[in-house]
Structure formats: C-alpha cells, structure tokens
Design a protein around this ligand. Sequence first.
Ligand SMILES: C=C(O[C@@H]1C=C(C(=O)O)C=C[C@H]1O)C(=O)O
Length: 188
Amino acid sequence: MSHPRLHNHWENPWHAGRRWRRAQLDPVLRDWLLDTSSLTRRLQACCPGRFRVRLDWQGWARPSLDECRALGLRRRQRALIREVHLLCDDRPWVFARTVIPRASLHGRGRRLAHLGERPLGAVLFADPRMQRDEVEIARIEPGTALHAHALGDAGPDRDAIWGRRSVFWLGRKPLLVSEIFLNLQHRA
Ligand SMILES: C=C(O[C@@H]1C=C(C(=O)O)C=C[C@H]1O)C(=O)O
C-alpha cells in the first residue's frame, strides 16, 4: 500500500509558538507544547517501563508543501519520512512524523534511517551538535488530513487536537519533527 500522503492542499495550520497568547492555551497544554526538552524522556518519566515507540511507516515520499518550505526543499523533492506513535501502556499519546532530507542521511546521519522502534530523541539529544529551531504550534481541526492521519486507528474524533513541530539540526543537516498530542489532557 502506498503511503497515504498528506494532502498538499490542506491549509497550513502551523504558526510560531510566540504567536499563541497565553490566554489561548490551556496551561497544561502550553507546558507540553512549548517544552523543548526531549519528549521521549518526558513520556518515559510519565510511564516508567511502559513507554514504547510503535513504527507505523517509514519510506521515501514527497513531503507536504509546507514541510518542504520548513526544510528548504524543492517542491517535488522526496525525503525519508518516519511516522510513529509513542505509546504509554500501549495507549497512543503522541503521533510523530519526521521528514529527513536525503542530504541529512549522509555520514553520521545515516543512523537516522535505521532507528526501527528506538526513539529518535535518544539520538538527537545525545548529539552535542544538535540545535533546535523555534517551535511552531498547530490547532488541528477534525476533518483535516493531518487530524485523521494522526489519530489513525484510534478512530474519528470530534475534538481539535494540538501539535508542535520544529526543525532539528545535526551540524548543518536538518530534519523536521512534528508531534501531535492525542491524549485527552492535551486537548484544549
Ligand atoms: C524528538 C524526540 O523524539 C521523539 C521520538 C520520535 C521517533 O522515535 O520517531 C519522534 C519524535 C519525538 O516525539 C524527542 O524525544 O523529543
């Protein structure tokens, strides 16, 4: 089955984190969205011993138009895409989609293509060269491709869900990491 590409035409819901006035974000939600430490480590602390990464899909595909823009890729340039759910007690808390340009997989970046169900964060936050651009935030409305894609087999949902994304740099090699929070307490 070919990868269910995100529709390029859906409106880009991502906006710089600083644009979200404090009044617009539930304090619990804001804390999770704007926390720049490792999400893996934070979830592992929330459910010690019962956290795992479920690899849903990985392969070469064309990113969405706004993902290309975020990474400075040409419109039709393919990239390695990794989609996972982060589970606590086998319950999906986060849907994460990472877009890795081919050039970022050269040299030490080669290991990013072979993570399997090891958390990406363990590699990124262990690398002393790692830098992270400003977080963008999105309120993802039901009925959009990203909303359905993130919820996957969790089934349709009427509530908006929230996500964040940022470009990580390992040296001069970027990758775009988007994280959509699925757990009830993350909904505003
Ligand atoms: C970037 C991190 O890695 C996490 C793990 C991911 C994976 O294994 O694909 C993707 C995004 C993050 O939720 C992190 O821990 O902060």
